[in-house]
Design a protein around this ligand. Structure first.
Ligand code: URP
Ligand code: ZN
Ligand code: ZN
Length: 472
């Protein structure tokens, strides 16, 4: 094995710049970038390099998916990808770091939740990973424990206004956690749908015999998310801290974020590919097969198509900072099945960790976002917001060599048999995309080439990323 790698002849794309350069990698880090041709004069020892030909291709930082749920126990079952299968799939799609959610169990300690998640990931993850902590209680000991989490590199916490009896926490707990996060330099991320009235709507629909998957959307209206978003922003403003909305799905919630940002508040938000490419129509299933919609049950629900344009505009004008996936796959067989006859029992979530870059590149091809913005929302912004920038999220000398050679002409038909996620369907079955990774490097090691795993080791090669505090 040669000590270094040279990615030759490509065009480097970062969040801010586009330039032709040969990229040198040594010891797992970016060692240099040189204008094409000049390397021949500078280095007399080119045999020392493994050469990757990137002519006609783009060289971009590896994707960072800051919202995944590997092995999540949810809705009476467990997400079908674990840290091994899910991270291998991620790498095939050009993502080289994930941030997954550890869980403080109700009445339990965060320490146990974090240890549990380290146990799930260690020895399994194929690419680097970090954790957020889901806070199900903000009692005095949990508020104390937040400091331990931050010290150990878990510098963001997710709280839920939704899922009564499972994850929901009240405003007082959210406010206390926000104040504590402010003291610690941590970030509170929010699932901002108001779950208590949603629950009433769900019970009413079921009592009326409305059991099909589409009722998942009809009982979780846009206003429930917009109101939760507004409330979370108000709480963060009162606490004097930043806040980050996860999986924002709809126009009115986005308007709340935009208003807050216009007032100068440090409000951040992510959306997900499913809210940009899929719609409530998918949740209706096919004529004569309304159950097919179960594969599209996620929370917040898919919205009518007109929301797509608003979200793309939000990405363009910086009201939305990040596209993550909320990867949380459940198989149709045995898992989504749990909700046949009762939509509220369909496990919530969809596969997505592998298809994020493919789908977003369609936005580049259609002129909805620039290539630089593509890099920013899929890698640079999540690295900055979640305390990894410098090590991850850009191509700069000294950064981890998490690098994707992106072939803008490579075609792929998305489907359960062409993708690597451990799930028995794809929400994008048959969709042709143009643009895909030809090479994926994780800390300098070529792990995926032409859609095949070529790394020396899969299981357990990923390392835990200890994140810094909120630095924006
Ligand atoms: O449907 C979803 N989003 N499942 C995962 C849990 C969550 O709320 O993120
Ligand atoms: Zn959520
Ligand atoms: Zn989620």
């Amino acid at each position: 094995m040669k000590p270094g790698t040279l990615i030759k002849g490509g065009t480097v794309i970062t969040a801010s710049d586009t330039f032709a350069a040969d990229v040198m990698i040594a010891n797992g880090k970016i060692a240099g970038m040189v204008t094409p041709g000049n390397l021949d004069d500078l280095s007399r020892n080119q045999e020392a390099f493994e050469v990757i030909d990137a002519k006609g291709k783009y060289v971009i930082p590896g994707g960072i998916d800051c919202h995944t749920h590997m092995s999540l126990p949810f809705g009476g079952t467990t997400a079908s990808d674990d840290f091994e299968t899910g991270t291998i799939a991620a790498a095939h799609g050009g993502t080289t770091t994930i941030v997954d959610f550890a869980i403080q169990s109700k009445g339990g300690a965060m320490r146990a939740g974090l240890d549990n998640w380290h146990g799930l990931a260690e020895g399994k993850a194929a690419i680097d990973y970090a954790f957020h902590m889901i806070m199900t209680e903000a009692n005095p000991s949990a508020l104390d424990e937040m400091a331990d989490m931050v010290r150990e590199g878990v510098t963001s916490f997710k709280m839920f206004m939704a899922y009564p009896g499972v994850f929901l926490v009240d405003d007082q707990q959210i406010f206390r956690a926000m104040q504590r996060a402010g003291e610690l330099g941590a970030l509170i991320t929010m699932h901002a749908e108001i779950g208590l009235p949603i629950d009433v709507m769900v019970q009413k629909a079921l009592a009326e015999g409305k059991t099909a998957p589409i009722y998942h959307a009809l009982t979780r209206p846009e206003i429930a998310e917009a109101t939760g978003t507004e409330r979370a922003i108000a709480l963060a403003e009162m606490a004097g801290v930043p806040v980050y909305m996860v999986h924002l799905s709809a126009q009115r919630a986005l308007e709340r974020v935009a208003e807050a940002r216009d007032r100068g508040l440090p409000t951040y938000a992510e959306t997900c590919p499913q809210y940009l490419f899929l719609s409530e129509d998918d949740l209706r299933g096919d004529p004569g097969d309304e159950w097919k919609g179960a594969g599209y049950v996620c929370t917040p629900p898919l919205r009518p198509k007109h929301h797509h344009d608003h979200l793309w505009r939000g990405l363009r004008n910086y009201d939305l900072q990040v596209v993550a996936t909320d990867h949380c796959p459940f198989c149709m067989k045995d898992q989504k099945e749990l909700g046949r006859g009762d939509f509220s029992k369909i496990p919530n979530g969809m596969p997505g960790v592998e298809t994020r870059l493919h789908l977003l590149w369609e936005g580049v091809r259609e002129g909805k976002i620039s290539m630089n913005r593509f890099v920013e929302i899929t890698s640079t912004a999540p690295a900055k917001i979640f305390g990894m920038y410098g090590k991850k999220g850009t191509l700069a000398i000294g950064a981890d060599a998490d690098v994707v050679v992106w072939d803008p002409n490579r075609e792929k038909v998305l489907g359960k048999d062409t993708l690597h996620m451990r799930v028995d369907y794809s929400p994008y079955e048959g969709k042709k995309v143009i643009g895909a990774p030809s090479h994926v490097l994780s800390r300098g090691e070529l792990v995926v080439q032409d859609d095949k795993w070529v790394g020396k080791q899969k299981q357990g090669r990923g390392q835990f990323v200890r994140r810094g505090t909120f630095g924006l």
